[in-house]
Design a protein. Structure first.
Length: 228
């Protein structure tokens, strides 16, 4: 999968923007995950995120340049009130926890509950268990996170922002998922539009602005456009 994405491409004019928001408790390494992916480095010294911050990275997939706009959030309670306004139009959510902290894992359920009515229904959500480099101090087993992810219908991946383990895999998984979903929605919209334009009564309807039963197809066409 990773070989199909070329990082930091600036070629091409066909650009798609994907907004990714990373959530989770303090100290799980949210900022380090983003920095490792963007800059391929990570800081050993912990610096807490104040409020909300973001970084961007361009990747090239097939014939498109994709701009990943990655929003970093503070894990402390006093900043959680800011989060709803940033996730309401997110394309993807990363729920991060620390595999050496059982408390951060147990918090995942609350994070999901808190965002359930705020994040778009079609947003892609993935769980990232960070600090895999500290395997010897693990408090959350792979079986535990697998069971939780299966119950929620989510994918999970274990990462290390320190060594880079699975960091590219995490973001490639998100990018491919969003790219495929976006293309499927466009194809669906094109198919719906083509069907409507091939119907004689639809063409007549567009000319006359008729009312009644024939207008049902107009409603369908509007829905198709909105899905794009």
């Amino acid at each position: 999968m990773a070989d199909n994405i070329i990082n930091e491409s600036v070629s091409g004019t066909n650009i798609e923007n994907y907004k990714i928001v990373i959530l989770g408790d303090q100290f799980v390494g949210k900022t380090s995950i983003l920095n490792k992916y963007k800059y391929e480095n990570s800081e050993d010294k912990y610096t807490p995120t104040i409020g909300i911050d973001f970084i961007t990275k361009n990747v090239y997939l097939e014939d498109k340049t994709i701009r990943l706009i990655m929003w970093d959030t503070a894990g402390s309670e006093r900043f959680k009130s800011l989060i709803p306004s940033y996730i309401k139009n997110a394309n993807a959510i990363i729920l991060a926890y620390d595999i050496t902290s059982k408390a951060s894992f147990l918090s995942l359920d609350k994070w999901l509950t808190d965002i359930s009515d705020k994040v778009p229904n079609n947003a892609y959500i993935i769980i990232a268990g960070n600090k895999y480099d500290m395997e010897q101090k693990r408090q959350v087993t792979t079986d535990e996170i697998k069971k939780f992810a299966d119950e929620k219908g989510l994918k999970f991946i274990e990462t290390s922002a320190k060594t880079g383990y699975n960091i590219n895999e995490l973001f490639n998984t998100i990018t491919f998922n969003l790219f495929d979903k976006n293309n499927m929605e466009k194809e669906h919209t094109n198919d719906v539009t083509k069907i409507h334009l091939d119907q004689p009564q639809e063409k007549e309807h567009l000319k006359t602005g008729c009312k009644g039963k024939a207008c049902g197809s107009k409603k369908g066409k509007k829905k198709g456009n909105e899905e794009s």
